[in-house]
Design a protein around this ligand. Structure first.
Ligand SMILES: Cc1cc2nc3c(=O)[nH]c(=O)nc-3n(C[C@H](O)[C@H](O)[C@H](O)COP(=O)(O)O)c2cc1C
Length: 158
């Protein structure tokens, strides 16, 4: 018997992660993005990472069409941004400060790290699609990471 959806969510919730906002652009160059923690480092040479995007997400088609994305890793004080980008649809970028990277996807101001990627592989992952991205640009800043564990936002104990 396959594990039930809610039980899988509960069990996988024991895997503590950081939190990212993955950004891309639609066909007119308009910013798109969503909160994501299904993110894994894959290879050092070449530099590869993967993300998993829900096929039912409003922004799904943008990832599929643009073939670029940027991973923005959030700081502990960016929980509000994470919540905003975890709500489907709407004008997520309204009131959000960002610049455009070389790939055209938004780099959110004040993030811990950003990694600009071009899609080099697309794989079926059940109700998600797995995008393998080659990292073309990356940068880090000082700060504490936003964490996600057992369904809730966390930060390192002081
Ligand atoms: C902590 C956290 C992690 C998430 N990780 C993912 C993820 O890796 N992939 C994904 O497709 N959705 C993920 N989601 C859900 C999306 O952020 C959510 O469905 C969002 O509303 C999609 O936006 P859209 O429908 O406007 O594209 C996550 C949500 C939270 C709160």
């Amino acid at each position: 018997m396959p594990i039930e959806k809610s039980e899988l969510r509960r069990v996988m919730g024991h895997f503590a992660t950081g939190v990212s906002i993955i950004t891309t652009v639609d066909k007119d160059g308009k910013p798109a993005g969503l909160t994501a923690n299904a993110l894994t480092s894959v290879s050092l040479t070449p530099p590869l990472l993967l993300i998993c995007v829900d096929k039912k997400a409003e922004s799904y088609h943008c990832f599929d069409e643009s073939k670029v994305f940027t991973v923005n890793l959030l700081t502990a004080d960016q929980e509000g941004l994470s919540r905003k980008f975890a709500v489907s649809g709407g004008e997520k970028f309204e009131g959000v400060s960002f610049s455009r990277g070389a790939n055209g996807a938004p780099i959110l101001n004040g993030v811990l790290t950003f990694m600009e990627c071009k899609v080099v592989g697309v794989y079926d992952g059940g109700d998600h699609t797995i995008y393998l991205g080659e990292i073309e640009e990356a940068s880090t800043s000082e700060g504490e990471p936003l964490l996600f564990y057992r369904g809730g936002y966390r930060s390192f104990a002081p």
